[in-house]
Design a protein around this ligand. Sequence first.
Ligand code: SF4
Length: 206
Amino acid sequence: MKTQIKAVHDILDTFYPPEISFLERRNPFQFLISVILSAQTTDERVNQVAPELFGRYPDAGALASADIEDVKRIIHPTGFFNAKAKNIIACAQAVQDRFGGIVPTGMEELLSLPGVGRKTANCLRSGVFGIPGIVVDTHFSRVVERVFALGTRDPEKVETFVCSNLDETCWNRFSMTVNLHGRQICHARGEECGVCPIRGLCASGK
Ligand code: SF4
């Protein structure tokens, strides 16, 4: 399995551009809030509301004392805005009160923040701090389940499977290329196996 997953990594690494980013690059705090907002919506929607949100509330201190109705208005296009507004303000308050306004890098500290799960934590750690991590979202779990016939898309099982079979130096790049592969070729419906560069290695290729 290790040889197969490394081969998939190498092909996708060559196939996709060296620089891949879905959310616009921002400082750690703004990136963290952007990732929380990206749940159940597109990255384009988050990028659309980000300039006004971070223009008015650029750091943890500012967002911690924000008027929630104003925040709801700004992030409305991202959906689930009531819960998200509550979460990002609570997250800002926790960062401000417990970490002096500096976003922590440790997994346990990040998971203790409101609205932050493993996907968000790994996304921040790998995307901003360069710490090895596997970011399991719906695209990633779908592609991995299909290619390796995992029989599950459970995020923790998918993460464990990849971490156990791929060197950690490859994790961050693999997260990005597999995610992009799911968006561009291995769609949820109508996967384009005919143009897929890893069809020869895929258990579900047609
Ligand atoms: S061969 Fe088909 S199912 Fe397999 S990764 Fe490529 S597009 Fe997805």
